[in-house]
Design a protein around this ligand. Structure first.
Ligand SMILES: C[S@@+](CC[C@H](N)C(=O)[O-])C[C@H]1O[C@@H](n2cnc3c(N)ncnc32)[C@H](O)[C@@H]1O
Length: 433
């Protein structure tokens, strides 16, 4: 007995000194190598975790079923009104080319940077080629299937179609686990238990997972919840509340917002190469709404345009034209952290100048590498002026695909009358990055 204890103590001591020597050795390595090693260890941990979670889920949840994923992968091709689609694509091409040319003269903070400059060049070759040739037929073909081709890159947080459709059973189960976790959070947070509320139109050939005969797209629970928050907060606002977004992706949040609230005005600012997806998606989904695209109507400020149009979809460098105190609900999700710090500063200044009621954002709060050249800007470093906004809450973002526990949801309420943002003292956490 005594012998066994002594052996145990010796082994424990040996392990501790081995671990200390390893830690001492690690400190000799460059920080980037250390980060890579720890990153790999952490991702191994996550994979084991996912495997365990999905195994348990398949044992207990009747909704977990590989055949529901196979059903969700079946093509969803709508009958397209080709003339209407041609008109949409021609408008998109004209707006893109004007934005592409004017972007060159825009200040540096509005140039694509952070994670996205490289991502766009590296992943959207087919789109860039079709745009370059002004080939509207090829662009239409790509847009009809954008959820399944490279158009969706960076915009679907739980996985891409080519990867999931060809995945092995273990990966497919992990995907199903992510979707069902999101579905459970969505029910919990919205109080809605009917998956039909998550329905999306068959635009862009959507895919996903079948829940009670309803196709649920990856990200749909998250986007629908954001729309639920916006609608709830804006319920008592008289007239037509104005919702503004930066980096709206393909328009997932906007789709649920506009399908629930007919009177709301929506305006988004995004990089031209991504913006065109949202233009296609929303213009196809809401043919009865009035849309304003870049270059279609010369405006000094969007003040009067917000009265004449339901939806305004603009390249990011048009943000300074958004009038002071014109927005009731400003939203940014999965996006500011992916930009350069100088751009985050510029955008927060404009949000401060233009937002008269709520600022809602859900972003990474960790400085983790994202893409090849970017380290995420943690949400705690966003320079949000305490004098301008009171933080109502900060909460862990529950969406599984949004990235390993690193995202936080924030709601701010406007405090003071809107003034020039640059004169506002910023939060104490501010850094010049
Ligand atoms: C990961 S996607 C998130 C899309 C959507 N908000 C969501 O939560 O699903 C990031 C979005 O930010 C946009 N974005 C990246 N850099 C930007 C910039 N400098 N200005 C405006 N939008 C930008 C991207 O084009 C993309 O639409």
């Amino acid at each position: 007995m005594w012998k066994a204890k002594a052996v145990g103590r010796v082994v424990a001591q040996a392990l501790i000194s081995a671990a200390s020597s390893l830690a001492a050795l690690l400190t000799l390595l460059p920080i980037r190598v250390r980060k890579r090693w720890f990153g790999r260890l952490r991702s191994l941990g996550r994979r084991v975790d996912n495997l365990l979670n999905s195994t348990v889920l398949f044992g207990i949840d009747p909704l977990a079923d590989l055949s529901a994923l196979e059903a969700g992968l079946v093509p969803q091709t709508p009958t397209v009104d080709e003339r209407a689609e041609n008109r949409i694509v021609e408008r998109i091409l004209a707006a893109y080319w004007k934005a592409n040319s004017d972007q060159k003269g825009a200040p540096l903070v509005y140039q694509p940077g952070g994670e996205w400059a490289d991502t766009i060049k590296r992943t959207r070759g087919e789109y860039l080629a079709a745009l370059e040739r002004e080939d509207s037929l090829e662009l239409s073909r790509l847009l009809r299937g954008f959820f399944r081709n490279c158009g969706a890159y960076g915009l679907l947080t739980t996985g891409l179609y080519p990867e999931i459709s060809a995945a092995n059973t273990r990966k497919k189960r992990a995907f199903i686990y992510a979707i069902l976790q999101d579905y459970s959070s969505w029910k919990d947070l919205t109080g809605n238990t009917n998956p039909q509320a998550l329905a999306v139109p068959a635009i862009g050939n959507p895919w996903g997972y079948m829940i009670e005969n309803q196709l649920v797209m990856p990200g749909a629970c998250r986007h629908n919840y954001f729309a639920h928050q916006a609608c709830t907060l804006l319920l008592d606002i008289p007239g037509a509340p104005v919702v503004a977004e930066i980096g709206g992706g393909f328009g997932g949040f906007a789709y649920f917002l506009l399908s629930r609230m007919d009177k709301h005005r929506y305006i988004d600012f995004d990089l031209p190469e991504i913006l065109l997806l949202e233009q296609y998606y929303l213009m196809s989904a809401f043919p009865q709404k009035r849309f304003l695209l870049y270059g279609e109507h010369q405006v000094e400020s969007f003040g009067s345009a917000l009265e004449s149009y339901d939806v305004i979809l603009m390249p990011n460098f048009e943000l300074p034209k958004l009038p002071d105190a014109s927005v009731d609900f400003f939203i940014n999700t999965g996006s500011l952290s992916e930009m350069d710090y100088a751009t985050v500063e510029e955008y927060i200044d404009h949000i401060t100048r233009t937002c008269r009621l709520y600022f809602f954002h859900d972003n990474s709060d960790r400085a983790v590498p994202k893409g090849r050249y970017h380290i995420e800007v943690p949400a705690s470093r966003f320079p949000i002026a305490e004098k301008a906004f009171r933080r109502v809450y900060k909460a862990k973002s529950p969406w599984v695909g949004m990235g390993e526990d690193r995202c936080r949801e924030h709601l701010y309420r406007r405090l003071s009358a809107v003034g020039p943002a640059r004169s506002m003292p910023r939060r104490k956490t501010e850094s010049s990055g």
